[in-house]
Write a protein that binds this ligand. Sequence first.
Ligand SMILES: [Fe+2]
Ligand SMILES: [Fe+2]
Length: 469
Amino acid sequence: MGKRFFSGALSIILLILGFMTNQETAYGQSPAEHDHPHSHYVEHDTVVSHKLIFPSKTPDRVIANLTVDPAHSFAVNWRTNQQIDLGFVEVTLATDGPEFLLRDVRKVKAISQQFENQNSREPLVKATFHSAVISNLQPNTTYVYRVGNGSEEDGYWSEWYQTTTAHDDIDAPFSFIYFGDAQNDVKSLWSRVIRNSYRQFPDVDFMLHAGDLINDRDANLEWGEWFHAGSFIHATIPSIMTPGNHEYRNGQLSSLWRPQFTLPENGPIDVVKETCYTLDYQNMKLISIDAEAFDENLEARAAQVKWLDSVLNNNTKKWTALTLHYPIFSTAKGRDNKELREALKPLMDKYKVDLVLQGHDHTYARGFVKNEGKGLTVVKDAGTIYAVSVSGPKMYESKDQEWMVRRGEYTQLFQIITVSKNSIKYGAYTPIGTLYDAFELIKKNGKKKLINKVPDTPIRLRKDFVKEE
Ligand SMILES: [Fe+2]
Ligand SMILES: [Fe+2]
């Protein structure tokens, strides 16, 4: 007992000493002298920033991602420091009590890669990124899993997380939450959005991020904030994400994107690997188009258009949702994406895509081309529904346009989308649970009907909250 106490106390002292040393070497100057353009946390709270930026032996940034077979598998990624060079996932069926610990849990070895990056005006961060795909799972089943270095005696493990696979009955209802740009002050001001979305809809099956998750491509502090904000939710509810322009700089994708996520690799060419992809979730086809690659790289543009045509042409799913960061229809003047629209909208129309989920404009709008300013409650054959949303605090203005059924500014939102055999229900909520927009799509016997359910509350406009000088 005495020996155990002594070694325990010694580890705590070593931990504190190590932490103090790291803190000094991390910045090489006092926080006050450290001019950091991307976040004030470095200046104001070194301890918090340190924890968000630097890995330790214990896994952090644990995230589950959807695979191409979400009824039978999920992917998990996490990070440690470079003293850990092996990673394992332990996984088993969840039980009412701790009896799952008494069983033989499955141990899956991860792919572990050493990685370092230094963003401008940030310290060098050395890490090991681990990723694994857990397959051969049963559909609609809740599993417990933890990630760590695999050692029983000298183990550095995460807590046990729970996650649930998709149904194999493709018509069983499921739901997902769609977020527009989180992007700025992610720890301070986005955290309540993802946390309340989960509090309000804890049974959600996955989450979808429509780009600009952070502001500065390779900023370790910002990614640290994104993982901190979602915390265990990222490890519990699998997610998918499409990159925005802020995950890119000078045509280069964030060097952290592929190490820290595992997304399907079934896009057309290598340059859009894990950014342009498709997967089927029960009876819905989900597609991510890399809008920044479309914009910046003519080869990636042509390849994605051709690929999308073929994916949609071979689509046998009842529902189709597409996510891309740049809107096909922008919400504001001067932000039009004409080339994107001219290339992609004919495909949305031809293959009758149901939903297009977008970001970038830092406002909210939802509508369809045939709306023509009419705003009818029930519309037969409305065509594709386009949504632009924002979940973070950066807010722009928009302009009323005929395609819009509901518009809003200066409002942080998340959207819960529930997919059933014959219907899709959509609700846009604020972080305090106020419903801002809603509609239902009904598809039966090849016919589609849109029912607008816009709540009877006034439109929110930026000018009502922010008085310009
Ligand atoms: Fe943005
Ligand atoms: Fe953007």
